[in-house]
Design a protein around this ligand. Sequence first.
Ligand code: PXP
Length: 257
Amino acid sequence: MPAIPPLRLGVNVDHVATLRNARGGRVPDPVRAALLAIEAGADGITAHLREDRRHIRDEDMARLKAEISKPLNFEMAATAEMLQIALATQPHAACLVPERRTEVTTEGGLDVIGQRDALGPFIARLNDAGIRVSLFIAADPAQIEMAAKLKSPVIEIHVGAWCDAVVEGQKQKAEAEWQRIVAGAKLAQSAGLEVHAGHGLDYVTAEAISALPEIVELNIGHFMMGEAIFVGLPQTIRDMRAAMDRGRKSLRGHVRS
Ligand code: PXP
């Protein structure tokens, strides 16, 4: 059986900034949350600088880059403004996401096929700058193949529909979404892409998805920040890490075709 790669936990600190911005001022500080998350076992920090700056702001991103010791994943729309900020910030990674002003959160994956003419040079600029590009896409074979064609080294599979179906107890839908994710992860890996997953994960879904050996990073925010209110951020990180480890360990003894 081939070695199972380790699974990284990327912690999204956007909603610490959401809470801060509800009152204005400086607290709670997303950079403090990032430092605490790293101390508790996070492998990286994700932050999304939205066009409307509804949570993370420019100075948060600059401070994250300056103050954290683990990789920074800069989530962004593929716009000229964000490209300029990313090139100036030099994060470890840039995750390109679709963005609509009216959405509450990132609602779907990027349409890599429809936007290939614009995304190709955009990805190339980031690749040339040494920033590891990830495209946030649905587990759709055609989108995955286009991501590889455009030379994105990484994709992040949008697992929100699966997570919602699990939480709502919609068994058939959950199973169909799960099968899409399993097939998508395999296809992406065979196309030479590194595979991440994110959106809507909680302890249950994170444990389940950790059993897919093709996936090497999970990016999780909302659920963990909610849990942190009740049990604290370090405990939440440790509990999530334990759920991921349980899922990964379940792979031992299974030879997957
Ligand atoms: N990955 C990406 C690309 C996202 O846009 C988000 C949401 O900001 C997440 C992961 C984290 O999702 P959640 O906050 O639901 O855990």
